[in-house]
Design a protein around this ligand. Sequence first.
Ligand code: UDP
Length: 234
Amino acid sequence: MQKEIKILKVRFDNVTLQEALHRALEFTKSNSQHYICTPNPEIVLAAHKNHKFLSILNRSSLNIPDGAGIIWAAKRQKTPLKSRVTGVDLMKKICKESKKRIFLLGAEEGIAEDAAKKLKANIVGTHSGSPKVEDEKEIIEKLNRLKPEILFIAYGAPAQELWIARNLKKIPSVKLAMGVGGSFDFIAGKTKRAPKWMQKLSIEWLYRLIKEPRRIKRILNATVRFPITFLKKG
Ligand code: UDP
């Protein structure tokens, strides 16, 4: 099995959740700075049209395959991936296993605090803020005061990855940064994940469509536009 594969030009690391956790924990102990991305079909489509975003994804230390569509595409092009690894699962594992200082940035007011209480990890601070450039100075100052080693950012893609690319060097204490989309909402219990049986059948998208019908465009991107684009260009 290949260690790395590409789907529509986006690099994926062929890892299980446990292997991804091992790599992430190594990053937190290293002397250099790392970031992890969690490309799903929507992100791959966005990167297909946005070179800057594609380059940020391909320069990450680890890209986990976050979505059934990615596993399908990998199998279809005969470079199978071992398993789907979701950002929220990896984030929870890192929080459980690491003793390092963790900071939660993003999501709506109060959500990161609720997530922090549920996680029972070494969380040294939270901040809702926004991905806007105007807000960066205040956020960077707060981070440099609290000196976290791990930074989870919930601004959604591509805002969170662009934020990391602009700011990681300005926060030297951070050894591992990771954009985690709606993970704080899941952990805080604001949004519920699909039942396990739906996750196993790879129809988590159907559950999200029923619960949040306003996501229809995003769900169609993942379930219809992505496979079509992949079959044309992949
Ligand atoms: N978000 C934010 N500020 C923004 C836009 C989004 O804090 O300007 C947060 C939002 O509250 C949510 C997360 O970013 O917690 C992204 O959620 P989404 O459901 O889009 O994530 P995904 O589907 O990628 O997991």
